[in-house]
Write a protein that binds this ligand. Structure first.
Ligand SMILES: Cc1cc2nc3c(=O)[nH]c(=O)nc-3n(C[C@H](O)[C@H](O)[C@H](O)COP(=O)(O)OP(=O)(O)OC[C@H]3O[C@@H](n4cnc5c(N)ncnc54)[C@H](O)[C@@H]3O)c2cc1C
Ligand SMILES: O=C(O)[C@@H]1CCCC=N1
Length: 387
């Protein structure tokens, strides 16, 4: 084992670990970022071309965090000199006076987010080729858009390295020994750090058991479906078609969401926000396509300009908590072990601000956002601690 002691070791080079490492290096912390796979890879949650960024949330605390996240994304874009964000707006649809739609509307209004409310009679003039369900309301969060995911990850890792940060990929962590100085063992060596951040995505519990903790996290596989436009360009970013979120679709219990055709010309990404449980290392054994049936029926009814059978299906993993809120906290027994997990299929847009607060926790500082919605103790009855 080397005698070197890092200020911080970060496990997992997805969006959350890479953003945390970036903030640590910016704060002059000697940092080591460990990743089990050769980078870049497509086995976790952060790969792929695009993600939605939005302020439209049901919960106030997410909308507030997004104010800062937008600023940090803009700063990253400037520093890296590449486009990471494209503004498109986000169309939100759902039953007018209930559930998700009315909660989002209230949060946007309370937080003075620039929003356009669409009356039914003017809907198709603004949003052609979409059938608004009877009884549904519609609004547009005009701040929203698309993040270029793979490109963002590359940019953040590059900026981290430019600030003196070290990445070691193809180094799977197999053991963690807590202490004032934490020892992290990989398949090829051992490293020591004054603090440790665990941002291991779908593998969080596999690793946390090494630090005596098991959290109520469920890993699900998402079929990332791309649907062909019958007339190319109908739903394209260049025709100013927005991203969308549909609450309470008639076909399903959970949300359906989509992004305008862009990364694969002529193909629009539309996904179901729920998948079937899987082991992260056996993702492709999970072959459930129930979500695709739901999407086909929804598309037939509401997006008549798409062929209702997916042209391309990619795979990605969610790591879901029981309440769909993140876990951002210190280990209950070791204050120098920090955990960022359970991003529940909506964490990418928060990457820079999550990285900032995890960095603050690792440096023993008071985090600049209220982290009480994300604490471990809310799941006390589900949490197993062996230490
Ligand atoms: C289909 C899909 C659509 C999504 N859409 C959106 C969206 O529109 N907007 C949005 O904001 N979010 C979205 N999300 C969610 C977002 O992408 C995730 O919340 C985010 O990528 C989680 O990042 P992470 O860093 O926690 O996990 P990961 O990206 O999985 O990173 C964890 C890393 O840890 C590494 N690791 C694990 N164990 C070890 C070990 N033992 N040793 C070393 N390394 C290890 C893994 O290899 C991996 O690289 C979507 C997710 C999916 C799957
Ligand atoms: O995070 C997002 O914006 C997307 C869309 C809504 C459901 C989950 N992911």
């Amino acid at each position: 084992m080397s005698t070197e002691v890092y200020d911080c070791i970060v496990i997992g080079a997805g969006i959350q670990g890479s953003s945390t490492a970036y903030h640590l290096a910016e704060n002059k912390q000697k940092t080591l970022l460990l990743e089990q796979f050769v980078l870049p890879h497509s086995r976790g949650s952060s790969h792929g071309q695009t993600r939605i960024i939005r302020k439209a949330y049901e919960e106030d605390f997410y909308t507030k965090m997004m104010h800062e996240s937008y600023e940090l994304w803009a700063q990253l874009e400037k520093e890296a000199g590449v486009q990471l964000f494209r503004r498109t707006g986000l169309l939100v649809m759902g039953p007018e006076n209930e559930g998700g739609f009315s909660n989002v509307k209230a949060t946007l209004q309370k937080n003075e987010v620039p929003t356009v409310l669409l009356e039914r009679k003017e809907f198709s003039q603004h949003i052609p080729n979409v059938n608004l369900t009877d009884g549904n309301g519609a609004l547009v969060d005009t701040t929203a858009g698309v993040l270029y995911a793979d490109r963002s990850l590359r940019a953040i890792q590059g900026l981290y390295q430019n600030n003196g940060g070290l990445i070691k990929d193809a180094e799977k962590v197999i053991d963690i020994k807590p202490g004032d100085v934490v020892t992290v063992t990989t398949e090829s060596g051992a490293y020591r750090g004054k603090s440790l951040v665990i941002t291991a995505g779908p593998w969080a519990n596999t690793l946390l058991t090494r630090a005596g903790l098991e959290l109520p996290l469920k890993v699900v596989k998402i079929n990332v479906c791309y649907w062909k436009e019958k007339i190319p360009g109908t739903y394209s970013v260049s025709h100013r078609f927005p991203c969308f979120v549909q609450y309470n679709p008639k076909e399903a219990e959970n949300v359906i969401y989509g992004l305008p055709s862009n990364e694969y010309p002529g193909l629009m990404k539309v996904c179901y926000h729920t998948g079937s449980e899987t082991e992260p290392d056996e993702r492709d054994k999970q072959k459930d396509r129930g979500d695709i049936d739901i999407l086909s029926r929804y598309i037939t009814r509401c997006f008549p300009g798409l062929v209702p059978a997916p042209a391309v299906v990619e795979s990605c993993l969610y790591t879901v908590t029981p309440d769909d809120n993140f876990l951002l906290d210190c280990h209950p027994n070791y204050s120098n072990i920090i955990i960022g997990a359970g991003f529940s299929g909506h964490g990418f847009k928060f990457g820079p601000v999550v990285g900032k607060v995890l960095c603050q926790l690792a440096m023993g500082q008071v985090p600049s956002h209220d982290l009480s919605p994300f604490c471990i103790k809310r799941f006390q009855s589900h949490t197993k601690s062996a230490l």
